[in-house]
Design a protein around this ligand. Structure first.
Ligand code: AMP
Ligand code: MG
Length: 404
């Protein structure tokens, strides 16, 4: 199909530059550590003491002097985790020790119990011993004052464990972005209603809401719908922006008789930074902003077609969301051999749903920008560069991982 006006449109690469250089203001807040999961740290976290805080046994066994290992050793005590020995080890002596317990003075190795034979008050060592074995030296993991989590890192299980280990009951994070979703269209009905013969269920709202919340960690502030009627669209946009920072509007974006959204946004003072984009699927896509500093508002106008809406969110809008959450956008791109061939691509960068099995990628049949059924099978979007030639089976393609 010819695309006569495509040279007027901007490339996806340029759109990414525009989104990535749009000024944002980040505000951090203090939160209880349990509530930090998924958020990025706003300040470095430093260790309060050395870890481990003492020379620690890594095994259940015997603390000994490595040089004594060949002789029969007298067991002169026992140290449990959390305990402390009140005596040092002398020549020919051993102390029974548990994992996590402090190594007694005089000892320089831990012999695991499996490498020993107990003989009453004595113990024999049955394997060679190296000085320092099975001892985690004080400060081995980190020393007091060292940065253990850098600002910008996303808090998940392991990061929360680190914060807990240094006693950070509260952490300074960038809170989730407040986003809102507005679906426009006279034909759309809520998913719990039976659509009339020419109506369709509003799949975009819940798709965007879920993707924004689970895929990008946003706080979804409101979800609304509007008929294709300028005053209604205007009222819903104003209402959403009373408390959200980023609004996602689906439908009503193009040049149709009933596509009022761009006009209403302009009337409300939004400045468009992107309006025409060489992307497939994804036309028409709009990115705009209004105000600055902490009061800045952003809008993504997405095509009504669900796959287009999805691709624009994953490929483009997600970058602003990542920045607003304190992170640096970094697409998860894979390179893999393709199973089956691909025809030459047209003048727009094309995102084709595909299945990646960890080794090769298989393109799904492309039935167009409404085909959420194929999209739902996909775990990647194969990226076809503008005017890319045909790709033979076994050729290498790039693909973008779809967030789950
Ligand atoms: P539009 O961008 O408004 O021209 O809509 C393009 C196509 O997407 C039309 O077939 C619409 O019916 C469909 N569409 C619009 N909004 C939604 C929605 N919220 N959920 C599912 N499909 C939609
Ligand atoms: Mg419409």
């Amino acid at each position: 199909m010819s695309d006569p006006d495509v040279s007027d449109l901007i490339s996806v690469e340029r759109a990414i530059q525009i989104i990535d250089s749009t000024p944002i203001t980040l505000q951090s807040s203090q939160t209880a550590m349990e509530g930090s999961y998924g958020c990025r740290l706003a300040r470095d976290l430093r260790s309060d003491r050395d870890y481990p805080p003492f020379d620690k046994s890594q095994m259940d066994g015997f603390a000994i002097r490595a040089a004594d290992a060949s002789s029969r050793l007298k067991v002169v005590g026992e140290i449990a985790a959390g305990g402390l020995s009140d005596r040092a080890i002398g020549t020919g002596e051993a102390i029974a020790i548990m994992t996590g317990a402090p190594v007694p003075a005089g000892a320089d190795a831990i012999v695991p119990v499996e490498h020993t034979r107990r003989e009453g008050e004595f113990v024999r060592i049955e394997k060679p011993v190296k000085p320092g074995q099975s001892i985690a030296k004080r400060g081995n993991d980190c020393v007091a004052g060292e940065v253990v989590l850098k600002a910008g890192i996303r808090m998940a299980g392991a990061q929360i464990a680190v914060a807990a280990s240094i006693g950070a009951t509260e952490v300074s994070i960038y809170p989730p972005s407040r986003v809102a979703v507005l679906s426009t269209g006279d034909e759309i009905v809520p998913i719990d209603q039976t659509p009339g013969p020419t109506q369709i269920r509003n799949s975009n709202a819940i798709m965007l809401q879920s993707l924004l919340r689970r895929g990008y960690g946003c706080f979804v502030d409101s979800v609304a719908t509007a008929r294709d009627e300028p005053s209604v669209i205007r009222r819903e946009i104003e209402k959403a922006f009373e408390s959200c920072t980023v609004l996602f509007i689906s439908g009503g974006m193009s040049m149709g008789e009933y596509d009022f959204v761009p006009r209403v946004l302009q009337e409300l003072g939004f400045e468009f930074k992107i309006t025409k984009l060489r992307i497939k699927p994804g036309k028409p896509f709009v990115f705009g902003g209004k105000g600055d500093g902490a009061a800045a508002k952003y809008v993504f106008g997405l095509p009504g077609n669900p796959v287009s809406s999805f691709v624009c969110t994953v490929r483009l809008a997600s970058r602003l969301l990542t920045r607003l959450s304190g992170g640096m956008p970094d697409d998860r791109v894979i390179r893999a051999k393709i199973e089956g061939s691909l025809p030459a691509n047209g003048p727009r960068e094309f995102y084709l749903p595909g299945i990646w099995n960890g080794e090769t990628v298989r393109p799904l049949q492309w039935k167009g920008s409404a085909d959420i059924y194929a999209l739902a099978q996909a775990n990647v979007l194969i990226v076809r560069p503008e005017n890319d030639g045909a790709v033979a089976s076994g050729g290498v393609v790039r693909a973008l991982e779809i967030p789950t």
